[in-house]
Design a protein around this ligand. Structure first.
Ligand code: ATP
Ligand code: MG
Length: 463
């Protein structure tokens, strides 16, 4: 007999059928009338299946004594209509096997709720809780929706390297990758020589697949990458990780307006998909985590995003009369508090800001004629702020060289990137969406560390 998933049994299990259920016990209740109820969960859905164990079962007393919260069991039994309230059906055990016990004196996940801080220290067990099981399912649904969105539009999924020798943002937030013997280097007086390193030059973990994405976009048109991204930024915030997943579409022949249209339709479509696929999990988040969650997600799905320039946004912030921790002025980067004010209080909608000052944006963004701004676009959403950063890329060879120099980069280091502009250059655009910030948006979880299975942050990379 093959194992049945509990989600399937609860949805469509018919009384009278025999099923094989395996999972972890959430609670055990012993009744005086000589039977026991086990609430068993296998992670396939939020709800548990109720197992009724009759005292006539061989070895009843010794089996029940072994079972506590956290134990793993295998049950073969018959589905019956449930007389109790709260569930349609239950399973009456014909056989019950304890696969693994869990000592109640030491098992960390007891019935009472635990704080998310505590659960972060138990990352090996937290997926067994309601909240983290639901996050895992929602994250999975988001990944499927992301691929479905691009595949339906004939984008090619391209894999860009994780180890790279080009620093995309030029921001020096790169984790170095080396096989040099650091202990020996420290002792010797000789200067660092990367020609002895594994790749013969300084290498690091990728901060973005964009530059390589552009190679494929300018050959096959529409592509996307979807993979892990690493940034050694020492910012201990609730929306930064040192290792996160980013989706980066890159499109030839797209100008900024096309890029905004795609980004908006992308966010609205994947949110809609998750609302449809995970109603039970979202209802849980709405009840336990963020009371306004489902309404805010439906608002995203059903309304056009607001579009305005950075300059217009700064004016709104200055006129708002609101006191910010970091005062804003034209030329300064927006902080999360400014982004959230715009999308939560002022517009009450997701917002796309465009045309940022060139001083605060990367070298590859297309320069505007005003000499002051670039064709950047950030998508801002309630509760988080920036969820997407993107731009139209600078496709003019000589302008790009000047801009690299202005940013303190050495054009020769980017020789292949420049050749894309030398040979058959085309207007093109792209953006990056952070997966974990999207999980935050869709679940209402306030800390990004709870939106990835194994978070990496400054001083923390356990599990
Ligand atoms: P921020 O200003 O919020 O630090 P950024 O402008 O540095 O973000 P981009 O380089 O534009 O980020 O990256 C594109 C997207 O990747 C962001 O909009 C965000 O969703 C996500 N992202 C960037 N950095 C991180 C990080 N450290 N942890 C998690 N997600 C991130
Ligand atoms: Mg950005």
């Amino acid at each position: 007999m093959t194992r049945a998933r509990i989600a399937q049994i609860l949805k469509s299990g018919e009384p009278g059928t025999t099923v094989d259920v395996r999972g972890w016990v959430r609670t055990k209740r012993e009744s005086k009338q000589d039977f026991a109820f086990l609430e068993v969960n296998d992670g396939s859905c939020m709800a548990n299946v109720q197992i009724v164990v009759d005292a006539n079962l061989p070895d009843y007393a010794s089996l029940i004594k072994q079972i506590h919260t956290g134990a793993s069991v295998a049950v073969v039994g018959e589905i019956k209509a449930s007389l109790g309230k709260g569930q349609r059906i239950e399973v009456h055990a014909h056989s019950l096997k304890v696969l693994g016990t869990a000592d109640p004196a030491t098992y960390p996940l007891q019935k009472k709720g635990h704080s998310f801080e505590f659960l972060r220290e138990k990352a090996h067990l937290r997926p067994r809780t309601n909240t983290f099981g639901a996050i895992a399912r929602v994250r999975n649904a988001l990944c499927a929706a992301i691929h479905a969105f691009f595949q339906a539009r004939d984008f090619l999924y391209v894999q860009t390297p994780i180890i790279t020798t080009s620093d995309c943002e030029g921001a020096g937030q790169v984790f170095q990758v080396t096989t040099l013997d650091l202990a020996r280097l420290q002792q010797s007086k000789s200067p660092l020589d990367y020609s002895h390193d594994f790749f013969g030059k300084k290498a690091g973990l990728t901060v973005s697949g964009q530059l390589e994405g552009e190679i494929f976009a300018t050959a096959v048109g529409d592509v996307y990458t979807f993979g892990p991204t690493f940034r050694a930024e020492n910012s201990n915030t609730t929306r930064h990780l040192a290792e996160f997943w980013m989706v980066e579409p890159e499109m030839a022949f797209y100008e900024l307006e096309d890029n905004m249209d795609l980004a908006e339709s992308f966010v609205r479509t994947i949110v809609k998909d998750v609302l449809e696929r995970c109603p039970e999990d979202l209802a849980f988040f709405n009840e336990r985590i963020e009371p306004n969650l489902i309404a805010s997600l439906e608002n995203i799905v059903n309304h056009d995003f607001i579009r305005l320039t950075y300059t217009e946004a700064v004016e709104i912030l200055l006129k708002s009369g609101h006191t910010f921790e970091f005062p804003i002025e034209w030329g300064k980067d927006m902080q999360s508090e400014h982004e959230r004010f715009l999308t939560e209080q002022h517009f009450k909608q997701p917002v796309i800001l465009t045309d940022y000052p060139r001083e605060i944006k990367s070298f590859y963004m297309r320069c505007n004629e005003d000499g002051k701004t670039v064709r950047a676009m950030d998508v801002l959403v309630p509760r988080i702020g920036e969820i997407i950063g993107g731009s139209q890329r600078e496709e003019r060879h000589s302008v790009l060289i000047d801009r690299m120099k202005e940013c303190g980069l050495v054009p020769e280091d980017y020789w292949w990137y420049l050749e894309l502009r030398q040979y058959g250059t085309v207007p093109h655009s792209g953006f990056g969406l952070g997966l974990e910030r999207t999980v935050q948006l869709v679940t209402g979880m306030t800390n990004i560390r709870d939106c990835i299975p194994f978070p990496r942050t400054p001083k923390s990379a356990d599990f």
